[in-house]
Design a protein around this ligand. Structure first.
Ligand SMILES: [Zn+2]
Length: 99
């Protein structure tokens, strides 16, 4: 008698048929976080305070999860691998300054 309806596997994957560019065959080290395919990381900065700053290949339009401003920048900040809500470079500096 097992009356348990567990849906622990709740993963929503958005697949866009538009992007069909194969990744360049470069020897990448295993990344800790799964980077969404729409981002191409040009440079990875050292992680600080649970935040990870990246410079992207192209400017990316996003709404900063902290100051809620619309940003278009190559520099983005990812908190603990949370790519869904990026922070802007300004907030990154602010948080670091506050310690
Ligand atoms: Zn911000």
């Amino acid at each position: 008698m097992s009356s348990g309806n567990r849906a622990a596997d709740q993963q929503q994957q958005q697949q866009q048929p538009l992007s069909s560019s194969p990744p360049p065959s470069s020897a990448q080290k295993g990344s800790a976080e799964a980077v969404p395919p729409q981002f191409t990381i040009a440079k990875t900065f050292p992680p600080r305070g649970g935040m990870q700053q990246y410079r992207l290949d192209k400017s990316h339009k996003f709404t900063c999860g902290r100051c809620q401003k619309d940003k278009t920048a190559k520099l983005v900040v990812v908190r603990e691998g949370w790519w869904e809500q990026l922070w802007c470079n300004g907030c990154y500096g602010e948080v670091l300054a506050k310690g």
